[in-house]
Design a protein around this ligand. Structure first.
Ligand code: M6R
Length: 612
């Protein structure tokens, strides 16, 4: 949440920062701002709204500068407004700061500062921290670096902060705890960002900053220290992302591009791991802990949102193939309970961004209690990937649309491969079933492409149903979490109220909602439960509900019972969710577009939820 960018070097900073902010806008888009510094001092320009609104506002202003910081906000303390937008300036006007995170003890610090005569121009925790730093600098007669270090020892909460100091005009001071920060290393220049996207065209060499580290960033020098003022050697890594991966590539929205990328992303995820001809799955991170997973009496999946839905599908798959008890936990609940973690428990943390605050803290907690942590993460080098004992990347490439699509199917592909591997080692899956599933898994990218070829008919459905007030999504077994995911996509993107439910459970309450106005989306592909789902469809028809179904090609029974259908090719029930979710992603997308919603940046949301 909140995107931060910084630059110091010989180039003009403003164009780099504004372009970087556009790339990070998925992290928050309530308000935007930049701070620049030139011979006439520090300049701060900020505005409520998206980056484009700042660009309009800034026309004609003095933008010349070789150093700068920029911020795109997802509001926590204080409504979205010009005065709450970042950067904030200290009381003296000599310091400017941007922040991603929450300072939990800000009200205590604010009281102390108010007693000393400080006034505040915003409602933010950020302005409090900034003035706290300024007060320490003044009182202790120290430089900014030292003041930041002292201040951060008093702070509770999460932060990435970047500071400019008028008295030290080529240096950015940065620090992190709990929110992401990447520093790109150029020739005589440095780039800073919440992720690497703002620096992709300038450098491929980056340093991921760790919690409790402080960076002193000058054009030709990067000094890393811990809060005890000891120097740390920066660990430089090579980026493996191309610029094209973060561009729309001719699509109207990132979400649509990402939905259509799925045949490729699922393929990329399987590539080098699945060899159906040889009957093997190679996942070195998992191999390392295979013995412990095989003998685990319990696996706990921890995640949020769409990733949690992937965990639910995986629960069914692991229990079926590996005969291990699986629990799926919302990270936000798990972290505040007093959960029972037994020695040998395996935690699988699922996250696209690898930065979700609740998931991160939940797995830290489980790790402290001796659990083995496996990360199923998309963003390489992210915090969850780094604190996990081992894991497997999903290799879906950058996902920029706020609604998660390709990350979900890649998570399913990885989780299925882990389950197959463990089930095979454990002997809980027959040789024949194992081989069949490997063969079928290999065909999923092609089947995803087939499913996408039917997108036009889904566009027509979107037009037909876009004015519905509510939707109900129903599914059973492997398709129940898919129903949940379909409902989540629709509400995120179109703001239509949608509920996902187990199809059989509908009789215990939600059926009261059914009337001739209510579209009920069934995920009714051919599987063990198909006949039961057909009965549930009948129940909805009998009450005049509108049945829209995701069905398997050739299923005439479901087709006849449905007002409208979306088709997927035949697939094993374990693998079908990777396909049955695609029409639901498309339906949500096209309804969102038909309603004129900003599908890539839905209101109130942010891609990477780095606050709890
Ligand atoms: O990055 P993560 O997978 O940890 O994110 C979890 C959720 O915040 C995320 O899936 C969210 O629900 C998406 N907006 C869903 O489309």
């Amino acid at each position: 949440m909140c995107g931060i960018v910084g630059y110091t070097g010989p180039r003009e900073a403003y164009p780099i920062i504004i372009k970087g902010l556009k790339r990070l806008e998925y992290r928050g888009y309530d308000s935007t701002g930049v701070a620049l510094q030139n011979s006439s001092g520090l300049k701060v320009y900020k505005k409520k709204g998206k980056v484009a609104e700042l660009e309009d506002y800034i026309v004609g202003k003095d933008l010349h500068s070789n150093i700068g910081i920029g911020h795109t906000r997802w509001a926590t303390h204080g409504e979205p407004s010009d005065r709450n937008a970042h950067p904030h300036q200290s009381s003296s006007g000599k310091l400017a700061m941007i922040h991603n995170g929450i300072i939990e003890n800000y009200s205590q610090l604010k009281k102390e500062l108010t007693n000393k005569g400080y006034n505040f121009t915003s409602d933010t925790d950020t302005e409090v921290l900034l003035n706290f730093i300024e007060e320490i600098k003044k009182n202790n007669q120290c430089d900014l670096e030292e003041a930041v270090r002292i201040a951060l020892k008093r702070v509770t909460g999460a932060y990435v902060i970047l500071l400019l100091d008028e008295d030290n005009p080529d240096t950015i001071i940065a620090a992190r705890k709990g929110s992401p920060l990447v520093i790109g290393i150029g020739k005589g220049e440095h780039f800073l960002g919440s992720d690497a996207s703002p620096m992709l065209e300038y450098t491929k060499e980056v340093v991921y900053i760790n919690d409790y580290e402080l960076a002193i960033v000058k054009p030709d020098e990067l000094i890393l220290k811990n809060l005890g003022n000891e120097k740390i050697t920066p660990y430089v890594q090579k980026l493996d992302i191309e610029l094209a991966a973060i561009e729309k590539g001719g699509y109207e929205h990132f979400m649509l591009k990402e939905i259509f990328e799925q045949p490729q992303t699922i393929y990329d995820c399987l590539r080098g791991r699945l060899d159906a001809a040889e009957g093997t799955i190679t996942m070195s991170g998992i191999q390392q802990y295979a013995e412990q997973i095989v003998s685990a009496s319990r696996i706990v999946m921890i995640a949020c949102g769409t990733s949690w839905h992937a965990g639910l599908v995986a629960e069914y798959i692991f229990e079926e193939l590996c005969r291990i008890n699986v629990e799926v936990e919302y990270a936000s609940e798990f972290r505040y309970r007093n959960p029972v973690i037994n020695k040998g428990d395996v935690i699988i943390a699922i996250s696209q961004s690898g930065e979700t605050a609740d998931t991160l803290v939940a797995i830290e907690k489980a790790k402290e209690q001796g659990a083995i942590i496996l990360g199923v993460v998309n963003v390489v080098g992210s915090s969850i990937a780094r604190i996990s004992h081992a894991g497997a990347y999903t290799h879906a490439g950058p996902e920029i649309g706020v609604a998660s699509t390709k990350a979900f199917t890649a998570q399913l592909a990885v989780l299925t491969m882990i389950a197959l591997k463990i089930g095979y080692i454990k002997g809980t899956i027959s040789e024949e079933r194992y081989q069949n599933l490997l063969n079928e898994l290999q065909e999923i990218p092609e089947k995803a492409a087939w499913t996408l070829k039917h997108s036009d008919s889904i566009k027509a459905l979107a037009e037909k149903y876009k004015d519905a007030r509510d939707f109900l999504y129903l599914g059973r077994g492997y398709n129940f979490p898919v129903a949940l995911e379909g409902a989540l996509k629709l509400k995120e993107i179109s703001y239509i109220h949608a509920e996902g439910y187990p199809a059989a459970e509908m009789k215990h309450g939600p059926i009261a909602l059914v009337d001739e106005e209510l579209p009920v989306v069934f995920v009714a592909t051919k599987d063990t439960y198909h006949e039961k789902v057909v009965s549930n469809m009948q129940e909805i028809k009998a009450r005049k509900g509108k049945v829209i179904s995701v069905i398997t090609e050739g299923d005439e029974v479901s087709r006849e019972l449905s007002n409208d259908v979306m088709i997927i090719p035949e697939a094993d029930e374990i693998l079908a969710p990777m396909l049955s979710v695609i029409p639901l992603q498309l339906l949500a997308y096209y309804i969102g577009v038909a309603k004129g919603c900003d599908v890539d940046k839905p209101r109130n949301l942010a891609k990477s939820v780095t606050v709890e």
